[in-house]
Write a protein that binds this ligand. Sequence first.
Ligand SMILES: [Zn+2]
Length: 109
Amino acid sequence: MSERIPCINPRCRRTFADDGKSSEIICGKCFRTLPEATRKQHRRYWRKIHKWERRITRTGDELNIFRMRAVRDTLSMRLNMHWDTCIKPFFLAPEKPAGLDAFFEEVGF
Ligand SMILES: [Zn+2]
C-alpha cells in the first residue's frame, strides 16, 4: 500500500491516496475556509492550466505544442507560488501571534 498524503492543514486529519502527481493537498473542507479572493485566484490558475492542456492535446503542430507547454508551465509555476505564499501560510501560521499573552505568561501575570 502506498502512503497517504495528509491535508496541508495540520489541524485537519484527512488524508488522500497518493496519485503520484501532488505532494501537497488541501481537502475541500479546509479549502472553503480560505478567504474568497485566495480561492478565486487558485481556481483561476487551475482553469487556465486545464484550458492550455486541452489545447495541447488538440493541436498537432509540434512547434505550437512546444510554445503552449511553456505557457502551461509558467502557469503551474504561478499556481505553486500562490500555493506556497497564500494558501499554505494560512494554515501553517500560528493560531495566535506570540504577543501579550506569551509575555504575561512569562512574567507570571
Ligand atoms: Zn483539511
